[in-house]
Design a protein around this ligand. Structure first.
Ligand SMILES: [Zn+2]
Length: 111
């Protein structure tokens, strides 16, 4: 689930916004849906379903009906990407910050 601190960060990175909208499909039933998060004096007003962020910037939504029957995000697994760094194949997630930035800059070529 999303933490309150993370929601504060999202609103800070969208300065001036009082609502955030997450459009997508329900993770369980694939129904098109839209989760709205509004800033209110009492905190956050979340409507339309549930919001999950199992890893940074990977958002998933669940409709209210599916959330009631199972409040967990199931069947989600991170994809471990291996690539070559200084002569070895290593998971990119274990590379240092500089090497990860260099990995993000790499371009794919089709021959
Ligand atoms: Zn659903």
């Amino acid at each position: 689930m999303m933490t309150i601190a993370r929601l504060h960060d999202l609103f800070e990175s969208h300065a001036g916004s009082t609502t955030l909208s997450f459009e997508g499909r329900c993770h369980d039933c694939q129904k098109d849906m839209n989760v709205m998060v509004a800033l209110s004096p009492e905190g956050f007003d979340i409507s339309g379903g549930a919001l999950f962020e199992p890893e940074p910037d990977k958002f998933f939504t669940k409709c209210d009906e599916c959330y009631r029957s199972s409040p967990r995000l199931s069947g989600y697994q991170t994809c471990e990407v291996y690539s070559r760094v200084v002569g070895y194949l290593r998971p990119v997630s274990q590379w240092n910050e500089g090497k990860q930035a260099e990995f993000a800059d790499r371009k794919h070529y089709r021959v």
